[in-house]
Design a protein around this ligand. Structure first.
Ligand code: NAD
Length: 490
């Protein structure tokens, strides 16, 4: 741990010295207003670096750079875009340790997960790079009287607005397909975790991405974020964050008819029937809520267990929760690190109080850990009902709410009785039941007898208040590109 902390200090020294600047048109620049804000480490609340605080003028400068670069990048042949983006993937791999260490200190996420997240960022670039050469391809349809050619073209400069959870990986998931499609980008990273967005743009330019193709403006949602969503030269907004921010962005973008893509919150059920492999189910359910600090949109935050095995499953989950190693994010043994920020920690802690007031039982955790830093204990609430706040609201921490159910109908009713619909996990060895359940569960993504495993060509996204649109495979290109049709009478 001491070595890792020293290494992290070394990686972040430049930010401490020069601050986390914007990156506009290939140059590292301060905010035009000269204003900054501090990014704070949740490990001990120490200031990691001052960050340029973007305003309307900074966004305008970045959009101008993205607009100027669009003509060249959108006309760059797909094969050449592919070549450059593969180089970006290689450069990410070469600096994966620096990315992971920086992310751990800026977000509090454990190294064991952040080192994989950095590599996944590279995989995102590789995957979308490979689609670049055919992204514009379409179809020819012929009738005796006409021939139609349908193809796609990049929509224009786009805005990407990202949250603070696994910020590097999430940013690549949005930025890589935008660049592969031929769009230029203005990225507004989350104010709580700005560091690795700066690393990404530098890495990309060093790998050969032309200047102005990717630009970063730091700052807060209410000024920098808002202006980006309102800017007339920005053709689409890809947003990942809270559902209520999504609706604000939709309203802000209405005047300029913005195309929007939203990946929002979740309150995802993991449904365990008594015929399931309970060892695997407990393993997967605990992994999906206690990894990544539970600060994960697809976390399994509601555990629905058939009554006949409810006590048994809850006892096992509580046992796992009590034994999870909470500690410094750079300790290789740590599973749960500090939560992102004192404000978010206070939100998570408030649910411990709510659970008590609502009459749920705290079977594990339910308390703060440590003297300094945003540490909370992995927590399990039992005896909950689905109308409680702990069952309805996204807590976004290592906090699981367990609710018993009687049969399929009951499980479905509880699972669907939330405003969200991002992911659902189903544990049963009855194939017909799995088919009946997955047919009726209100979720954009479901996993049967599995934790969240990803295959990049498959669609990613939610229904209800969990999002609009899909990422992954060709779905990303549909968002970042316009489909056009040309008709030739014959
Ligand atoms: P948030 O909505 O508070 O902020 C996200 C981003 O939006 C930040 O960059 C913020 O500055 C910006 N923003 C805030 N107000 C804005 C405005 N008015 N206009 C433009 N931009 C604005 O979310 P967060 O707290 O950073 O992230 C956690 C949330 O993200 C959780 O709800 C989580 O479920 C969600 N999330 C969803 C997915 C998914 O794939 N569905 C993935 C990760 C996170």
């Amino acid at each position: 741990l001491t070595d890792n902390i020293a290494k992290a200090q070394g990686y972040m020294a430049r930010f401490r010295q020069h601050g986390v600047m914007h990156h506009i048109g290939g140059a590292s620049v301060p905010a035009i207003s000269g204003r900054t804000f501090d990014t704070v480490s949740p490990v001990d609340l120490s200031v990691l670096a001052p960050v340029a605080r973007g305003s309307e003028q900074d966004i305008d400068a970045a959009v101008a750079a993205a607009k100027a670069a669009f003509a060249g990048w959108s006309r760059t042949p797909g094969a050449e875009r592919r070549r450059i983006l593969i180089k970006v993937a290689e450069a990410i791999e070469a600096r994966a340790e620096e990315i992971a260490f920086t992310e751990c200190m800026d977000t509090g996420q454990a190294l064991r997960f952040m080192s994989k997240a950095a590599i996944r960022g590279a995989a995102n670039f590789r995957f979308f790079a490979d689609q670049a050469p055919t992204a514009e391809d379409g179809a020819v349809t012929r009738t005796p009287t006409q021939m139609n050619t349908t193809s796609r073209r990049p929509i224009g400069p786009v805005g990407v607005i990202t949250p603070w959870n696994t910020p590097f990986m999430l940013s690549t998931w949005k930025i890589a397909p935008a660049l592969a499609a031929g769009c230029t980008v203005v990225h507004k990273p989350a104010e709580f975790s700005p560091m690795t967005a700066k690393l990404l743009v530098e890495i990309a330019e060093e790998a050969g991405l032309p200047k102005g193709v990717l630009n970063v403006v730091n700052g807060f949602g209410e000024d920098a974020g808002k202006r980006l969503t309102e800017h007339p030269d920005i053709k689409a907004i890809a947003f990942v964050g809270e559902s209520r921010t999504g609706s604000m962005i939709m309203a802000q973008g209405a005047k300029t008819l913005k195309r929007v893509h939203f990946e929002l919150g979740g309150k995802n059920p993991v449904i365990v029937f008594d015929d399931a492999d309970l060892d695997r189910a407990v393993d997967a359910a605990t992994f999906m809520i206690y990894s990544l600090n539970g600060e994960r949109c697809t976390s399994s935050s509601r555990l629905l267990v058939q009554s006949s095995v409810y006590d048994q499953v809850c006892a096992r989950v509580a046992e796992v929760a009590r034994n999870i190693k909470v500690g410094h994010p750079l300790d290789p043994e740590t599973v749960v690190g500090p939560l992102i920020h004192p404000e978010h920690e206070a939100k998570v802690l408030s649910y411990f109080e709510k659970a008590r007031n609502e009459g749920a039982t705290i079977a594990a955790g339910g308390e703060k850990r440590g003297e300094s830093g945003c540490y909370v204990a992995p927590t399990l609430f039992t005896g909950a009902t689905n109308d409680m706040a702990i069952a309805q609201e996204e807590i976004f921490g290592p906090v699981l709410t367990a609710i018993p159910f009687d049969d399929e109908e009951d499980a479905l009713r509880i699972a669907n009785d939330v405003e969200y619909g991002l992911a659902a996990y189903l544990w049963t060895n009855d194939l017909n039941r799995a088919m009946r359940m997955t047919d009726q569960l209100e979720a954009g993504m479901m996993w049967v007898n599995s934790e969240n495993i990803r295959h990049l060509p498959t669609p990613f996204g939610g229904v209800k208040a969990s999002g609009i649109g899909r990422d992954g495979g060709d779905w990303s290109f549909d968002f970042y590109m316009e489909t056009v049709n040309v008709c030739f009478p014959r």
